[in-house]
Design a binder for this molecule. Sequence first.
Ligand SMILES: [Zn+2]
Length: 464
Amino acid sequence: MSKTTSIILILCIILVFTYISPLHAYACPLCFDASDDPIGLGAITGAQAFYSTLSSNRIETIKQDIINRYGHYSPQQWGENVDGVRTRIDTEDKIIALTFDACGQGGFSNGYDKQLIDFLIKHQIPATLFISGRWIGSNPSIFKELAQNPIFDIANHGYRHSPLSINGRSAYGIKGTTSIGEVVDEILLNEQKILNITGKKPRYFRSGTAFYDEVAVKIANELGYEVINYNVLGDAGATFTREQVRQATLSATSGSIILFHMNRPETDIADGIIDAIPELIKRGFRFVKLEEYHQKLAPRKPTVDNYFLHTVARGDSLWAIATRFGTTVQKIQNMNQLKTTVLNVGQRLQVPVKDPSLLVAPVEVNHRIARGDSLWRISNMYGANLNSIYQRNNLNQHSILQVGQRVIVPIEAIHVVSSGDTLWHISIRYGVSLQQIYQRNNLSPQSIIRIGQRIIVPPNPISW
Ligand SMILES: [Zn+2]
């Protein structure tokens, strides 16, 4: 066989394999099916598909559309419990949804808890598995096996396992996505990876660290996902002992969604779960995949309160403040433990905010201390400054925290400069001084800001 013939033969083989491979569904423009197009971009994508492969092209088209529609949003919330996140199943049925994360964040995080998964399979206990693109990369054959087992439903845990932020916030020291484009990539690149192996688009998403801003959650919804967190923390980021895992698991009630990890075989997570599950079955519970109760997925009953810190000005009354922020006098009184309606100029009031779109900045989070919490962990968790937490709560590094105690976490706002913004406008909008903005961002009155630049707005506003 001549050299040329061999090359032609090899090219033919590559062509045939490309055509019959799972990639075909993405690569072939003729196969584009509008029914699996999450945001109705079929026509545009179909036309462009002749110029590049459909997979990357389709993601780029979707990305551009999402950027066009969400580019002007400025998120007001950051955390696990933001608007749009589902954390439980709203039902009286005695069911529990077990969810397991496979994070793949490097090191220990790429492991596979075979003891745990074998137990679930042996006893036919259904579960939803949130898998990151990184974990799939490290465990391709195990992933394929899990995806083929009907007791498991595969869900999307992000391509890089990043906190889901449109402006680069961090959680637990892990840097989040920094733009809308990165949010779309984080979701869709992993979807593409999962689809290529399983042929099935996941329906549920949980970010690395389970942190989001509320705009990123909306974007996930646009891409066809429900965003799922939890109302029972099963292993606290794989830090619990066997007994703690058992107790946490047994604390589940009707409709609980429990978060565990399936990537940490070196821990006692499996033992704790294996201790608890027979007891839950004895109590009459059964276990479900999320899709079985898809219509009943619901947000957590609020345990974290968002509020404005309002400084009372001359002429302010509780009634006027309540009206302005869409709340009631009673609620402001309860939150501040006020026994009277008399206010003093300069007094600081926490004003609960029902409609988060009214918030101009997240400002503060009211965090309830859980077992094992430390202020360092909390500051790391919210990306907040440890010293600001000490100051705001009159605490120091020697303070001892009680489970159930509330700690106020001041959070910096991140403002993305849009057309017409000046630093003066931004300082007014967030109620901080220009000086504070200069200092925090290493800027001066001579500095020129450009559209898209991120300005950090310090917490503890001087007035609202
Ligand atoms: Zn994870």
